[in-house]
Design a protein around this ligand. Structure first.
Ligand code: ATP
Ligand code: MN
Ligand code: MN
Length: 371
């Protein structure tokens, strides 16, 4: 900014949306430890320190160099006394006692195990833990527990869903969705989003955005795709959520994390023959297919850029985009829109570049958003 003295080294911004973060992480020994700490605070519903460790991890991920001494972190933002103490321990002894004690803690281990099931969040995991349940067989043998449809599916497909999805598998699923979308609406728009758009090698699911050029047609599009996948016999699970989006109500609702677009959370059956180099399955698994989690979201075409930006992630990148908009620009950003509170108006965008420009940010490519 004007007025400030020139500095020799570019300073690292406190906002992830002003940093370029590729999938190459030079500080994994620290960021893995921070993630354990963040998760542990999350399980204890202690949001402050949880976010602080996630923010610190995100800063270290953006560095093109490895931190080799604490002095090197002096000019970095978002690193507090606690984070620095953990880093110092790791630099000295290669490990953090606090992290090790969390990893061997029964409550942490159990909540981690339970939340690894599709459809089980921290609240449910905690409830089961308080009832003395410690393993999957404890849960499945407990007659008073009523699993919902999502959780039943989670247990049924546990092996497949907890196994990472490879890039080749994501590509094969892209072909399947592409065929379905364009058989229904030839001029529909389909885009890969989420972690694979950011260039990740593996993901927990594959995320797509679909929209129709004709406004309003996008909702039936999603239902038609689901029908087609069912007809092809590859739909193992489908949770469809109709759109609750109402542009006339913006911004009366608070700008929020969850969006109101039509979407579906699926598990699809992927055949080994469809994947270059074969499936990512356990050795000795001879089924020849696996289940894969797929998310489809279907915004109206005039919301496409906002939806794409919102679904590309990472979660930390999104958090900081919103925080930057609010704190630095007096604007409100979510997956639907950008609102300028000073001018009292919505800002239109047809591309992600438009949105970065509205915010006065340099454009950050999807593969640089792995914050
Ligand atoms: P992974 O490889 O683990 O899938 P990811 O970055 O793709 O990593 P996802 O959980 O698939 O993670 O989420 C992708 C993006 O979509 C995130 O930025 C998240 O904010 C957004 N997102 C996910 N679920 C919803 C939802 N129900 N409503 C709105 N946005 C969502
Ligand atoms: Mn994803
Ligand atoms: Mn997803």
């Amino acid at each position: 900014p004007e007025g400030s003295p020139p500095t020799a080294v570019a300073t690292v911004s406190q906002y992830a949306c002003q940093r370029r973060t590729t999938i190459e992480n030079n500080n994994k020994i620290f960021t893995d430890a921070f993630e354990v700490l963040a998760e542990s605070y999350e399980f204890n519903e202690n949001e402050g320190p949880c976010l602080a460790f996630r923010r610190a991890a995100s800063v270290l991920k953006s560095l093109p160099w490895a931190v080799e001494c604490l002095g090197a972190t002096e000019d970095l933002p978002c690193l507090g006394d606690h984070t620095k103490a953990v880093m110092e321990e790791i630099l000295l002894y290669g490990r953090s006692l606090q992290v090790e004690s969390i990893l061997s803690n029964e409550r942490y281990q159990t909540l981690k195990l339970f939340t690894s099931v599709f459809g089980v969040g921290p609240k449910t995991a905690e409830k089961w833990y308080r009832r003395g349940l410690r393993s999957f067989s404890d849960i499945l043998a407990e007659p008073s527990i009523q699993l919902n449809r999502m959780q039943q599916t989670g247990f049924l497909h546990y092996g497949d869903i907890s196994r990472a999805v490879s890039k080749a598998e994501a590509r094969a699923l892209g072909n399947i969705i592409d065929e379905a979308v364009h058989a229904i609406t030839p001029d529909a728009i389909l885009a890969l989003t989420g972690g694979f758009r950011r260039g990740k090698e593996f993901g927990h699911d594959v995320d797509f955005i679909v929209t129709a050029l004709e406004l309003g047609k996008e909702e039936s599009l999603l239902l038609d795709i689901i029908d087609r996948l069912k007809h092809h016999g590859i739909l193992l699970y489908c949770d469809y959520q109709a759109s609750t989006f109402d542009i006339s109500k913006l911004p009366s609702h608070r700008f929020e994390a969850m969006d109101h677009f039509a979407k579906c959370f699926l598990i699809l059956r992927l055949e080994g023959s469809q994947v270059d180099g074969g499936l990512n399955i356990a050795e000795g698994d001879s089924r020849g297919w696996r289940g894969v989690r797929v998310d489809l979201v279907s915004p109206p075409v005039d919301r496409y850029a906002y939806a794409l930006l919102g679904w590309t992630g990472s979660r930390q990148f999104e958090r900081d985009l919103r925080r930057f908009a609010r704190s630095e620009k007096r604007m409100l950003l979510d997956n639907h829109a950008l609102y300028d509170k000073r001018k009292k108006e919505f800002l239109a965008a047809t591309t992600e570049k438009d949105i970065f420009a509205h915010l006065g940010l340099e454009y950050i490519e999807p593969w640089q958003r792995n914050a």
